[in-house]
Design a protein around this ligand. Structure first.
Ligand code: UTP
Length: 291
């Protein structure tokens, strides 16, 4: 079994739920506390042993790639001013030379199309996908949990969580075979089913480990829900061809592509930061009183 070393990060979506913030700037550059979403995703991937990164970018997304460059002038100024802590913070965001590439998705035709754009990067290797607007707060980074499951099972492994039945029409939903409470066998997949038609309430979140065999399925460019090329539809074609599991990951997921999810993430992540948690707790108490 090949070791997981590659990650694809699709960031070419339009971010319509976050307009007007996303009119000229990328949603994935929005910070949660003080770190942009894209940096959380890259750090999570690195914690899982991933060494090569491919961002699927589009118009107005250049800053996402530049965020991982060395900022010479800024570093020099910080050094001059003795700002060692800030300097160390910048260093954390840097990636080894040559470890990040960007591929353009000229038109946002869907997540499946975005992943297909990474076909040359993927080659014959297994790869992780991280959707940076899904932010996960957990003891063990979610991608590391997936990588460990993949080492056990091989094949595709996707992170899953139970959602309220009335929300199945927002997600890719699993039809479940054997279920040991943590790892579930995937025997079917449906993208955004109506609640009454959903085969379960187990939904896929924005973390995947996929086999390169998904690429030829994507290459057919079949349109699915919303007339987009859906990743879920291509993955569904792999059932029976490769082992396929869902992992009930440990942690809390925040949909930061959505205003409410984004605000909740700010609070949850701020409360984990010893430097600001007391102040945040205090102002939250004020709001509770006035609510
Ligand atoms: P979303 O469904 O969140 O779409 O995409 P979006 O365009 O980013 O946001 P809304 O729904 O309009 O507010 C999930 C992920 O897939 C990427 C997005 O950047 C996001 O990380 N994506 C989606 C692409 O890269 N290309 C696409 O054509 C579609």
């Amino acid at each position: 079994m090949k070791k997981l070393r590659k990650a694809v990060l699709p960031v070419a979506g339009l971010g319509t739920r976050f307009l007007p913030a996303t009119k000229a700037a990328a949603k994935e550059m929005l910070p949660v506390v003080d770190k942009p979403l894209i940096q959380y995703a890259i750090e999570e991937a690195r914690a899982a042993g991933i060494e090569q990164f491919c961002m699927i970018t589009g118009r107005g997304k250049v800053a996402l790639v530049e965020h991982f460059d060395v900022a010479y002038e800024l570093e020099a100024t910080l050094r001059q001013r003795g700002k060692e802590r800030e300097l160390a913070m910048l260093r954390e965001a840097q990636l080894p030379p040559g470890s990040i590439v960007a591929v353009r998705q000229q038109e946002p035709l869907g997540l499946g199309h975005a992943i297909w754009c990474a076909r040359a990067f993927v080659g014959e290797d297994p790869f992780a996908i991280l959707l940076p607007d899904d932010l996960i707060l957990s003891e063990t980074p979610c991608t590391l949990q997936l990588a460990r499951a993949y080492e056990q099972t091989g094949g595709n492994v996707v992170a899953v969580v139970d959602v309220p039945r009335e929300q199945t029409n927002r997600y890719g939903i699993l039809k479940v075979g054997h279920d040991d409470g943590k790892l579930v066998e995937v025997v079917g997949l449906v993208e955004k089913p109506r609640p009454e038609e959903a085969p379960s309430t187990l939904s896929i979140i924005g973390r995947y480990v996929l086999m390169p065999e998904v690429i030829p399925h994507l290459a057919r460019m079949e349109r699915g829900a919303g007339n987009e090329v859906q990743l879920t539809d291509a993955m569904a074609k792999m059932i029976g061809q490769v082992p396929f599991h869902g992992l009930r990951y440990e942690g809390r997921r925040f949909d930061c592509g959505d205003k409410i999810g984004f605000l909740e993430a700010q609070i949850a992540f701020a409360l984990r930061r010893p430097d600001i948690a007391p102040a945040v707790r205090q102002f939250l108490a004020n709001y509770q009183e006035s609510a």
